[in-house]
Design a protein around this ligand. Sequence first.
Ligand SMILES: Cc1ncc(COP(=O)(O)O)c(C=O)c1O
Length: 386
Amino acid sequence: MKISKKVQQMPPSGIREFFDLVIGMKDVISLGVGEPDFSTPWNICESSIFSIEKGYTSYTSNKGLYELRLGISRYLKHKHGISYDPEREILVTTGVSEGLDLALRAIINPGDKVLVPDPSYVSYYPVVFLAGGRPVFVKTKKTSFKLTPELIERHISEGVKAIMFNYPANPTGVSYSKRELIALSKVFIKHNLIVICDEIYGELTYDFKHTPLATLKDMKKQVLYFDGFSKAFAMTGWRVGFCCGPEEVISAMTKIHQYTMLCAPIMGQMAGMEALKSHTQGHVIEMKREYKRRRGFIVGRLNELGLSCPMPEGAFYVFPSIEKTGMDSVGFAKKLLKEEKVAVVPGTAFGSEGNGHIRISYASKMSDLKEAGLRMERFLVKYARG
Ligand SMILES: Cc1ncc(COP(=O)(O)O)c(C=O)c1O
């Protein structure tokens, strides 16, 4: 069968491609996949099991269960003081992944340009490309992997309609203070950019309070605010996330969603309702405390090994430089896997600016992080230069 030209042009995910190499290898420590090592808190699992027992196994409203949308609305109001109408301004999706795809398809006309930070999460470029948009890469290595107002200004040209924005960021762990966000918001407003704002790691911000972009002055009307349950609640497999935004965009996204997905799985939605209840917060805080402890360990260890690694503000990734080895990212990651059986992701999986870096996920057991540190030490004795 003939595959569409667009899909043929699209490279496979650099993460999956790399992790295919790991399959079948024994004794590998995987610090690769961006997935919590914790199980979903039991009260969440139990409430979903209970709802199945009660017969909740059907489709839901396309937009998602009203009770869940109401829960999301109340949660955001309570946590961040922002109001979204559960009837008109919230769509429950099959993870943030689906939501991002819907958003791009809802707003992009052929040839519209979308700013995509380099490096950034692996799906950003493909969703822009598949929606018919033209990705314009914004290289961030020289600004310590941060977007700045000047950097964005430099990439504005005729036809730029939107920007992909993610903080805390995958793969770098970089986040932004409120002051930095205010400075960025001025450029977004000046150029009337739609901000596809992926805040899925917002809860996992360690040293200051996460500020959703939409809460800033005059921002709500041009922000599509994405969050979900996968990361902070350790619920990757339940496939449930949400998007909040202006009614006209949510309604356009719902139109696509109703034909392509119908609704997010009801089991995941039921679980999401439980996750938002206040008594789940204790579990989230506990997981966050553990991630923070691991962050301190891994950053300290990598710097000790001579791999320069700044302290990331959030998510559960570090993005150290491997430049002193003289290897490129893919070469380093392949050799490390082959010789020491430690799996990390080459920085180039997230864009060309990621070269000279690797992504390590510390959503892995402390004992694995310690063992990986020893193996990397052995590896670097062989390959570190200077
Ligand atoms: C930045 C970012 N956005 C979205 C996702 C996907 O989230 P979900 O599981 O809600 O589809 C991930 C998963 O790794 C991610 O890192």
